[in-house]
Design a protein around this ligand. Structure first.
Ligand code: HEC
Length: 116
């Protein structure tokens, strides 16, 4: 009986270690933010776009576009034009007209998100 207990406890420890290992996987670091060009999105100023995003979008979409109360903005498959329409007209519970710094700022942000 004592031997069986030892085996069971040993197995539990091994299983526990495996499960914990999976959960402790490090988060993927955010990609470097440098001015870039994207085939679909066109050119944009990533630094300026990120500043606009932090100010107007991060509260709902998460600091790293990973999603929070609103869905993730990484890999949406949306084009710059489609994102601009969502920004100007709103979508679902997302209000319209969140970017109030002018069309250029809005377009730069849309191009940046389309490239994520
Ligand atoms: C008040 C919270 C809130 C804020 C602030 C907000 N959003 Fe949203 N957003 C949402 C919600 C909720 C949805 C999902 C709407 C739906 O489809 O029902 C959404 C959807 C979207 C989508 C469509 C995603 C998809 O895959 O269909 C885009 C693009 C988007 N938001 C961009 C932005 C940008 C850019 C900003 C900053 C200017 C922003 N959002 C700010 C709440 C927000």
């Amino acid at each position: 009986m004592k031997k069986l207990l030892t085996v069971l406890v040993g197995a539990a420890l091994v299983l526990g270690a495996c499960g914990g290992g999976n959960e402790a996987a490090p988060a993927t670091p955010a990609p470097a933010e440098t001015p870039a060009t994207d085939a679909v999105a066109g050119s944009f100023d990533a630094t300026a776009a990120e500043a606009t995003y932090k100010q107007s979008c991060a509260a709902c979409h998460g600091a790293n576009l990973q999603g929070a109360s609103a869905p993730t903005l990484v890999g949406t498959g949306l084009t710059k034009e489609e994102i601009l329409t969502i920004l100007r007209e709103g979508q679902g519970t997302m209000p319209a007209g969140l970017v109030r710094d002018g069309a250029e700022v809005e377009e730069n942000l849309a191009a940046w998100i389309a490239a994520q």
